[in-house]
Ligand binder design. Structure first.
Ligand SMILES: Cc1ncc(COP(=O)(O)O)c(C=O)c1O
Length: 386
């Protein structure tokens, strides 16, 4: 039987993973700027997270939110320390897509409206609702017709803001497009979305599945902008490597949800709760956002030192969510980086994306930048006429 994999094979069998490194079956060590699509931001097998999950395994492993378990209460108390103060409700689910589904349902329920506005270049997940608001034609086309009532408009364009109107339940946006090319929102764009939503009674959903939980140098990327969402979706890093997502909502929005409006067998399970509680403790106790900001500045500086390279269009991003946008498709460069034991991933059609964990050192930065310099040179020479 074949595993139904939807991803290009990377040709590495991972046998060990610690902090910012992984090892393959041949014993080769890799610097991980891929972190399982950004999941292992707290490092692979973060010791505190692993310990918390192990301890929970000895106590209770399965219990839905219909049953009280202490660890879920503790996770909630921990989340309260990092979620917006105005948010009175929180739910735990299993993946980013699932979080987006709940956010969309909440917006419809709370407003009684149907229309959702989202953006070209965005990525919100593969389930039908999340895919319906994802602005990537390649992912959408094979599964159309998708959810009706979704209007997709250009990102970072003030004209788009006008499409949020009195019929709109919510506008959903990533503060930094991840999959779509690592494109930070322009401050005036995000502010205008916030203001317009308020003006017309629509809700602002911010999808921080990739940008959230310290990666950009703040706990949430929206903190760079001084705007707050009505509904926040977090995932990836928030479980320290354990599959879990978190959706929080303003008091007035969450209060509209009734018993039976949603559910998830594994949502908020004890192991996920233990992982979230530990991950929040690590985030706060180890000043993760600050360290990500510092490491991100060092990595960006290193990448910017290559700016004169003919194949490089732009270095962009914030904190440890960075990209080198190329003048060519990035496939060969990503392969070459892997051959030099540096793992990165693609974003958009031309960017090499770097999503390192927060503990990378100056030696790691040097390793990564040196590898990119060599790979850009290799790509250039492979393109030169013989
Ligand atoms: C911004 C954003 N939203 C949602 C998702 C979907 O998350 P998941 O793959 O956990 O369903 C992703 C995944 O990459 C993402 O980057």
């Amino acid at each position: 039987m074949k595993y139904l994999s939807f991803y290009e094979e990377r040709g590495i069998e991972v046998v060990r993973a610690e902090d910012q490194y992984i090892w393959d079956a041949g014993g080769e060590k890799y610097l991980d700027f891929h972190t399982a699509h950004g999941v292992a931001f707290l490092g692979h097998r973060n010791k505190k997270v692993v310990e918390a999950i192990k301890r929970q395994l000895e106590e209770v492993m399965s219990a839905t939110p219909a049953f009280k378990v202490r660890v879920r209460e503790e996770a909630l108390a921990a989340l309260e320390k990092v979620l917006p103060r105005s948010h009175g409700y929180v739910a735990m689910l299993n993946s980013g897509s699932e979080g987006v589904e709940l956010a969309l349902k909440m917006a419809r329920k709370a407003t009684g409206r149907k229309k959702i506005v989202s953006f070209w270049g965005s990525f919100h997940g593969r389930s039908f609702g999340a895919l319906s608001v994802t602005g990537n034609p390649n992912y959408r086309k094979p599964f159309e017709p998708l959810l009706p009532g979704v209007e997709i408009v250009p990102y970072n364009d003030l004209e788009s803001v006008k499409r949020v109107d009195e019929e709109t339940a919510a506008v959903i946006a990533e503060p930094v497009l991840g999959e779509g090319g690592v494109v930070p929102a322009k401050p005036e764009f995000l502010k205008a979305l916030r203001e317009r939503s308020e003006e017309v009674g629509a809700l602002l959903i911010l999808d921080e599945v990739q940008s959230g939980f310290g990666r950009t140098g703040e706990i949430w990327a929206f903190q760079h902008y001084g705007v707050e969402p009505d509904i926040l979706v977090a995932g990836k890093a928030i479980g320290g490597g354990f599959p879990v997502s978190v959706v929080s909502a303003r008091e007035s929005v969450g209060a509209k949800m009734e018993k039976g409006d949603h559910g998830s067998t594994y949502g908020g399970n004890p192991l996920a709760s233990a992982a979230v509680r530990a991950a929040v403790e690590v985030l706060l106790e180890e000043n993760v956002p600050e360290r990500a900001a510092r490491a991100g500045r060092a990595l960006k500086e290193g990448l910017l030192s290559l700016s004169d390279h003919r194949l490089l269009r732009e270095i962009r991003g914030v904190g440890l969510m960075l990209a080198a946008d190329l003048r060519v498709v990035p496939t060969n460069v990503i392969k070459c980086l892997q051959a030099r034991r540096v793992l990165a991933l693609r974003a958009g059609s031309t960017a090499v994306r770097f999503l390192p964990p927060y503990m990378i050192t100056s030696e790691d930065v040097e390793w990564g930048v040196r590898a990119l310099a060599k790979c850009l040179d290799e790509e250039l020479s492979s393109r030169a006429p013989a």
